[in-house]
Design a protein around this ligand. Structure first.
Ligand code: SF4
Ligand code: SF4
Length: 68
């Protein structure tokens, strides 16, 4: 179950979140978003522990932690 929600159309491809994730959950999407960037996508969803480090470092608030 996803513990984060990613808005791929807000992402500006800085990839800070990929570096911040301790569990290698995120990777680069092969398809561009509405802004023309290659956004991140959730790759290995089962590895996400909901630590929200990715959301904290995102300058564009493209990632939100969800409580489920
Ligand atoms: S930190 Fe935010 S803007 Fe940067 S790659 Fe991740 S989701 Fe995209
Ligand atoms: S919440 Fe934590 S484990 Fe999940 S993708 Fe973000 S940084 Fe990685």
């Amino acid at each position: 179950m996803a513990r984060i929600v990613l808005d791929r159309n807000r992402c500006k491809a800085c990839y800070l979140c990929i570096d911040a994730c301790p569990n290698k959950v995120l990777c680069v999407d092969d398809n561009v978003n509405n802004l023309g960037y290659y956004p991140v996508k959730i790759d290995i969803e089962k590895n996400c522990v909901g630590c929200a480090m990715c959301a904290r470092v995102c300058p564009d608030m493209a990632i939100e932690k969800v409580y489920k």
